[in-house]
Ligand binder design. Sequence first.
Ligand code: G3P
Length: 218
Amino acid sequence: MKFFIDTANLAQIREANELGVLDGVTTNPSLMARENIRGEEACRRHYVEICNIVDGDVSAEVIATDFDGMVREGEELAALHPNIVVKLPCTAEGIRAVKYFARKGIRTNCTLVFSVGQALLAAKAGATYVSPFVGRLDDICEDGVELVAHIVRMYRYYGFETQVLAASIRHTQHIVQCMDAGADVATCPLAAIKGLLKHPLTDSGLAQFLADHAKANA
Ligand code: G3P
């Protein structure tokens, strides 16, 4: 399973990258706004900065909601760096744009996916990634991880090549559950990735090793 970090914060992207296990980055307009990045030019510079830190796919989302606008913006984003993946919402216009970019060999991430039917359309249009939002389904008392598992089963059954990118991951256990569900990628907050490392027996075991070493070498 690949790990992406779900943030536009450069310090967090650098920290995750230094762990040596980072395969890419996802951003969205809310995450860009959280970093106070305003205006088209500033956004583009920021995407390039991210691409210069991480050697992996970087999802950059269009703001336009109409097909022509999505195509114009997506082509500009894709031209910024070979690692840019154009992120498009799972709407009728977005699906048309996914198909357009697939024909041109430009990679896409179809986002805001909340049902297996939406995931089917994204795959048929030729999306590189589909992003089911796990946490936001859990928020409304639906089962986000089960949606990931359902999409994985459906894609395997029909042999779709679209990769399932579990998004809206809120905590470490979500990562493990999405791994069990067969997700190709999990895009996670830094804290959730670091949570995978935590185990009290690792901490106490290391403390014991160091104490024994110190005693033997006193
Ligand atoms: O990857 C999508 C993500 O950024 C949304 O997460 O926590 O706002 O539902 P959240």
